[in-house]
Ligand binder design. Structure first.
Ligand SMILES: Cc1cc2nc3c(=O)[nH]c(=O)nc-3n(C[C@H](O)[C@H](O)[C@H](O)COP(=O)(O)OP(=O)(O)OC[C@H]3O[C@@H](n4cnc5c(N)ncnc54)[C@H](O)[C@@H]3O)c2cc1C
Ligand code: SF4
Ligand code: SF4
Length: 1019
């Protein structure tokens, strides 16, 4: 039995007292101090892990003011704070072991929008893509781009002065900040914008913290102007902390404090509101993908592209391209970056042209294409081919692939993982190719593997060398390489932190700025934050203090992970593979990953949150000398669930009910919030499979605690559904009574349980050939006879709760000229897997696969109507049975339909139109789902338009659990409800049983399976 996990790491008394006072002082946001909440913000996308004491989620600027005012009390003077947005920093910028102030949960509003003057005032926690989505109808956008645009906040972008693709034209975040509101360390609120003349004089004479700040900056900016001009590198990228170069304008004698706060990494103030200048969305965007024989050729050729007046040039190396080829993302770009016969594409330049004059853009593209043709004719520049993307959808698809590239670098089965520590160096673009040659030599000399890509137009290179930071020796390598990269960038007139900020690399600041200028930075820090309380140790410490800067050697995630045995790490590899890049935090409601995070806004309830919690849980078990694999083995052998275990579990559950703490309860709460939709399994760049480790965790947890009755009800649905169908009218009558619904809710915690289909499938198919399955007879058929047959693998949900669909499937197969046969119902086991009854699931999977393997020898295609259940045979079966699964294949319906299309004449009459709402497990596991269905419908004479939606919120039985009902409805409201509201009901088709039942219960609409629409087209 797993032990109870009490925590070694409790909150320091002063912090406990502070957060208690905060909650009574009228703080309107959330205050969290559970271990799981703290862990959720203990990492970002860097190699570091720092556990804070608490996390607070302010609701507005007043909350931040209150927080800092309270912190002025003498007893709280030692407390420190770090602001946090999306937590996508690559160098630990937002990590701190004090209090994390997360502005991303509630401070997400657009406060004011002025279309005529093209500006917006926003709260700091709004995500960049979220803002742009709201601006799109007005033809405006916030132009600085970054790869994490679907999860990074404007507050984070301001504080790292973020920029990326297109920065030569659109500039950096700081170029767009017109004004901002900030809360200072003493709790005062300041408005920052360009000031000169009397308004500046007024500030300079103020007798308060703001006045001190103005006086210090005024003195530094003017007195050290030449030093500043000399030291700050001549790059289009700005170095974070502090932008003295642009804060003061000598011609206008003006100061702009917002410019100084941009890029200050949360070390000067909390930014709560920002007024941003906006750009017009260019009417035309086109892009040329230029293919090269090497990365070096691509780099050297980039300047030619720029001369062609491109908006941006992005370069990707062969390693990144190869990883993209293996990912679901390739599906969307494979026709845009096709192979070149007889050549290997080893580098790619993505060259974008954008503007409002279509003619001009076309001409630029034509000129470039002509140039490329000439180069290719003369075999110059290593160009092996090119392709033009003419429509916006293709342009966006290419950038989505490019944005996912960093994450893709992490998808390796090796123990060494690409890590961020020198990943955003910047040198003048003209030196980039030579610089990279040396950089590569440095990495090669240390036997490190790596992939590279970057914004070559401004000399920024992204590279993540692969290291195993569970090995202390490799931590030393990280430090060594880090130091050498600093030297190398200096040699080429660039800098190490060229795009993503300084964070734990702050120790390199003094050498870079030199003693005089660095001391001035420290004076500025002192003016803002005299006691070093805001993100301490980053950028610089206050002048006169003896506090230390953070260092590259700071505590890393590896030092926690390595406490777990290698075997366990290997077995739970998914949880360790998560590199924290945060793609699972995407705000995009039409993306399937991750419904539980989108609904709750709680980062614990995301793949990253769950992976982090599981790692810590394994570490805690290890410190309690528990071998989790041995525990699993005992369970598999059935050794642990006897009478004695029942007594123990009862005792432990009583203690739990009385409030006895066990860290496993926190992990359980977060695992229970997961819908097991499996979107992360394919959408996460490193394919973190939460549903798998969640099931394993649950199994072990319930070795110590009693399971709720609901789990047994769900787990046995495949046993009782066929029995209940025999007395469907009686069963439905009972289930439909108010008292029985109340009993179901109070005893098993389930609501809105579906009624059985009437007439039942058995009645519908009575005396029909499809119901006369006889294996012996099938085995005697000739191969020509077998060619006519199709076997239907039933699932409990479609057959017993949506029997019309299975019946229509039979009719459709017949209409298509085949003879369908219904395989007698046999359990699939998926409900057991979802609830973590893995031992029992394995038994079911063994029996089913044995039978299905036997059937597959007939050579007759087998297919199933429900995608999630069919895919379970492929995924969960392979995981649990490994080699013993056997070769049987159950096809998704559209896979079979595609296979028979060549035998049928296409219908040319396209006068019908349908909309497809595909199941998320299906479209994420099988990226061609939409295209396949579209092809099928086209063949049958109808147009099918896929609708971009996320999860429906039902996910098997998740939506029927009383405690999930609010979240289930919330998830439905995110994308399904609005999408369905605007479309004609009769034309909407839904492939998943769960989704159809969710639509029926929440919108009262009975939508059809695509197969039913096809059947109507044929009759
Ligand atoms: C895969 C990947 C790709 C990336 N690509 C790019 C890129 O193309 N261009 C680029 O510029 N960056 C890039 N980054 C880095 C990162 O996304 C940016 O730095 C981003 O701006 C951080 O935003 P965030 O909301 O996640 O901030 P966080 O990481 O939460 O915080 C970043 C810093 O800002 C401070 N901060 C956050 N909010 C506030 C606030 N309201 N007030 C005061 N301080 C605050 C924090 O204390 C911290 O110091 C990438 C990161 C990853 C993981
Ligand atoms: S779970 Fe996947 S998408 Fe989420 S942070 Fe981890 S690696 Fe990134
Ligand atoms: S299975 Fe679905 S709900 Fe669970 S973590 Fe993955 S994406 Fe989120």
């Amino acid at each position: 039995m797993i032990p109870k996990l009490t925590l070694e790491n409790s909150i320091q008394p002063v912090y406990r007292s502070f957060i208690e006072s905060l909650s009574i002082a009228g703080f309107t946001g959330d205050i969290e101090h559970s271990y799981s909440s703290r862990l959720a913000v203990a990492t970002d996308n860097s190699v570091y892990q720092w556990l804070p004491q608490a996390v607070v989620f302010p609701g507005n600027t007043e909350d931040v003011t209150l927080l800092m005012k309270l912190s002025q009390k003498p007893q709280y003077k030692k407390i420190h704070f770090s602001a946090r947005g999306g937590g996508t920093g690559t160098n630990g910028q937002s990590l701190n072991n004090g209090i994390i102030v997360d502005l991303s949960r509630y401070m997400t509003r657009i406060l004011e929008l002025n279309i005529e003057e093209s500006w917006a005032k926003v709260q700091a926690g709004i995500v960049k893509d979220q803002l742009n989505k709201a601006l799109e109808p007005y033809g405006l956008f916030f132009s600085p781009e970054l790869s994490t645009s679907n999860r990074a906040t404007i507050g984070g972008m301001v504080n790292t002065d973020a920029s990326g693709q297109g920065s030569l034209v659109y500039g950096k975040t700081s170029d767009h900040v017109l004004e901002l509101v900030a809360v200072l360390e003493d709790g005062s609120r300041i408005n920052c914008k360009t000031l000169s003349g009397s308004s500046l004089q007024a500030k300079l004479t103020q007798e308060n913290r703001e006045g001190e700040i103005y006086r210090q900056i005024w003195a530094t900016s003017r007195n050290l102007r030449s030093e500043i001009e000399k030291t700050f590198p001549q790059l289009s990228r700005f170095l974070t902390g502090y932008d003295l170069k642009h804060t003061y304008n000598p011609e206008r004698e003006s100061l702009d404090l917002s410019r100084l706060i941009c890029g200050s990494e949360g070390t000067l103030a909390f930014v709560t509101e920002i007024k941003l200048s906006l750009d017009r969305i260019p009417a035309y965007r086109q892009l040329v993908n230029v293919k090269y024989d090497s990365f070096q050729s691509a780099l050297r050729n980039a300047s030619v592209m720029l001369k062609a007046k491109a908006l941006s040039v992005e370069t990707v190396d062969s390693k990144v391209l190869d990883l993209a080829r293996k990912d679901i993302i390739w599906h969307s770009v494979r026709n845009l970056i096709t192979d070149v016969p007889g050549k290997e594409v080893m580098g790619l330049n993505i060259v974008e042209f954008a503007g409002n004059n279509k003619h001009q853009i076309m001409r630029k593209i034509e000129d470039l294409c002509q140039l490329l043709e000439e180069e290719m004719t003369h075999d110059r520049s290593g160009i092996v081919g090119y392709q033009v993307c003419k429509d916006l959808a293709s342009v966006k698809a290419i950038y989505t692939m490019r944005k996912k590239a960093v994450g893709l670098l992490g998808s390796t089965s090796d123990r060494k993982k690409p890590v961020a520590f020198a990943e955003d160096t910047a040198v003048p673009p003209e030196h980039l190719a030579d610089y990279i040659l040396e950089f590569r030599a440095l990495l090669d000399a240390n036997n490190l593997s790596y992939g590279m890509f970057g914004h070559v137009d401004c000399g920024v290179l992204h590279v993540r060398p692969a290291l195993d930071l569970c090995d202390p020796e490799q931590e030393i390598t990280l430090r060594k390489i880090s130091d050498q990269v600093v030297k190398l960038t200096t040699k080429y007139g660039g800098l190490m932190w060229g795009e993503h900020g300084r964070g734990f690399r702050s120790e390199y600041g003094p050498a870079f700025f030199g003693p005089t200028l660095f001391e001035e930075l420290r004076k500025i820090k002192r003016a803002f934050d005299p006691h070093n309380r805001l993100n301490p140790g980053k950028i610089c410490t206050p002048s006169g203090s003896t506090e230390k800067l953070v260092s590259v050697d700071a505590e890393k995630r590896g030092s926690f992970d390595r406490q777990i045995s290698e075997m366990v790490r290997g077995s739970f590899r998914d949880a360790f593979n998560c590199n924290g890049n945060g793609l699972c935090f995407t705000f995009d409601t039409s993306s399937p990953m991750c419904p539980s995070f989108k609904q709750t806004g709680d980062r614990r309830h995301s793949p990253k949150g769950r992976a982090g919690l599981l790692r810590e849980w394994l570490r805690q078990l290890e410190t309690h000398n528990t071998n989790v694999l041995a525990e699993e083995m005992k369970l598999e052998q059935g050794n642990l669930m006897g009478f004695k275990s029942l007594i123990n579990r009862t005792r432990n559950s009583i203690a739990k009910r009385k409030g006895d703490y066990d860290f496993s309860h926190e992990v359980m709460e977060v695992m229970q919030g997961c819908l097991s939709c499996k979107a992360c399994t394919s959408q996460c760049p490193v394919k973190v499979d939460v549903s798998d480790f969640r099931a394993r965790f649950m199994q072990l947890y319930y070795q110590r605690y009693l399971r709720p009755a609901q789990d047994y009800v769900v787990c046995n649905v495949e046993n009782y559904a066929p029995l209940m169908a025999k007395i469907a009218s009686v069963a439905n009558f009972v289930m439909d009574q108010g008292w029985s619904k109340r009993i179901a809710k109070s005893t098993i915690g389930m609501v809105d349980l579906p009624l059985l289909s009437q007439p039942t499938l058995q009645k519908r198919l009575k005396n029909q050939p499809a119901a006369r399955f006889d294996l012996t007879q099938l085995e005697c058929l000739s191969s020509a006879e077998r060619d006519k047959k199709v076997l239907i693998v039933q699932d409990p949900f479609t057959s017993y709760y949506d029997a019309a669909v299975t019946h229509d499937l039979v009719l459709l197969i017949e209409k298509l000229g085949f003879q369908p046969l219904l395989i007698p119902f046999m359990p699939n086991g998926k409900p057991k897997h979802i609830k973590g009854f893995l031992h029992s699931f394995k038994k079911t999977a063994t029996q089913s696969s044995r039978y299905l393997n036997r059937l597959s020898e007939l050579g007759i295609p087998m297919l199933g109507p429900d995608p999630a259940m069919v895919l379970c045979y492929r995924d969960e079966y392979a995981q649990i049975l490994k080699d013993t699964r056997g070769p049987f294949k159950v096809l998704l319906l559209h896979e079979w339909l595609l296979s028979i299309l060549p035998q049928r004449q296409p219908c040319l009459d396209m006068n019908k139109k349908f909309y497809l709402f595909a199941h998320c497990t299906e479209k994420t596991a099988n990226p061609s789902t939409h295209e396949d269905w579209m092809r099928i419908f086209r063949h049958f004479g109808a147009e099918l338009k896929p609708v971009s939606v996320g999860c429906c919120g039902m996910a098997g039985t998740y939506g029927h659990s009383a405690k999930n009902i609010r979240d289930s409805k919330g998830i439905y409201a995110l994308s399904w409800q609005p999408a369905l509201a605007n479309l004609p009901e009769k034309q909407c088709l839904v492939s998943g049983y769960s989704c159809r039942s969710q639509v029926k219960r929440l919108d009262g609409k009975r939508l059809h399976h695509p197969l039913q629409a096809l059947l109507r087209l044929l009759t």
